[in-house]
Ligand binder design. Structure first.
Ligand SMILES: Nc1ncnc2c1ncn2[C@@H]1O[C@H](COP(=O)(O)OP(=O)(O)OP(=O)(O)O)[C@@H](O)[C@H]1O
Length: 272
């Protein structure tokens, strides 16, 4: 049976002092010339090390805003964000980001695209090239190390983006609808591959998606957000064994989780 538990940050902080990520009454508002838009409000949640948390919510409820805050790209209006026990104040090297579009450079090979953060941070290609090659192996692209992005499919390009986000060994991986632009079959395949990659690397992952099925398939927990200003409607623990298989999606237990989460969005959905 699906179990639902809303997590209070102060409790979570005392229970999990080693939390990889902690949001405490986090609120984000944007000041526009004519009004203030509050994207999300009073979000309190603790994410444990190596945990996979999926986030679902209606369009415009502040999911990307939340991810940008955790990436250190945009400050909170009030509340706090702690990463590895430290107050987040700027972008951190131990946080990797994967966006919906992989944003690869056409003139760089697959290997060179994976090495982009290394070049930007001047970490030294010599040391990191073996790491990049290992990651390409992990995402199943070792044969394409010298290929250019135009020779890769959408799913392959997204895997390059994932390898690039992992190249300097971040502890947290933020993923903003990484498979949203892919066809259904490629997306399912990517879900299986991402689960495998996560089980091998044990990164802490925060994964934003519009797909409830994807969230249930991947998440240890699924955080459900209300319409804007986004608040936590529920945090649902997914007690399904791993590795999860695509066949499990037709299991009654899987369906119960999906229905439970969908119940927050009414008959019209609000999610795709
Ligand atoms: N830079 C900004 N300036 C002003 N308003 C913004 C800005 N960024 C986002 N917003 C507003 O904040 C709200 C939340 O946007 P956000 O992109 O975080 O939602 P989302 O849940 O990721 O949406 P979607 O699922 O459609 O991608 C929206 O109303 C959006 O218009």
């Amino acid at each position: 049976m699906p179990t639902a538990q809303a997590t209070d940050a102060s409790d979570a902080a005392s229970v999990q002092p080693q939390a990889a990520l902690l949001l405490d009454k986090a609120t984000k508002s944007y000041l526009t010339p004519d009004r203030t838009i509050t994207a999300f409000q009073d979000i309190s949640v603790s994410v444990a090390r190596s945990e996979f948390v999926a986030v679902v919510g209606p369009s415009g409820c502040g999911k990307s805003s939340l991810l940008n805050v955790i990436a250190g790209l945009s400050p909170l209006t009030s509340g706090a964000c702690m990463v590895g026990g430290e107050l987040l104040q700027a972008p951190r090297k131990d946080i990797g980001i994967v966006f919906q579009s992989p944003l690869l450079f056409d003139w760089r090979t697959t290997l060179e695209n994976v090495l982009l953060p290394v070049d930007i941070q001047k970490l030294g290609r010599k040391k990191f090239e073996p790491v990049a090659r290992e990651l390409l192996e992990l995402v199943g692209l070792s044969e394409f190390a010298t290929a250019y992005p135009r020779a890769l499919s959408g799913g392959m390009q997204q895997r390059v983006g994932i390898a690039r986000a992992l190249v300097n060994d971040p502890t947290i991986l933020l993923m903003d609808e990484p498979f949203g632009a892919l066809d259904a079959m490629t997306r399912e395949h990517m879900n299986v591959q991402l689960q495998r990659l996560w089980m091998e690397t044990r990164k802490t992952i925060l994964f934003i998606t519009h797909s409830i099925t994807e969230a249930v398939f991947l998440g240890d927990r699924v955080m459900v957000m209300t319409p804007r200003p986004g608040q936590i409607a529920d945090i649902c623990r997914i007690d399904l064994p791993r590795p999860r298989t695509l066949d499990m999606m037709t299991d009654p237990e899987f369906g119960r989780y999906v229905r439970h989460i969908r119940s927050y969005f009414g008959t019209q959905g609000g999610l795709d």
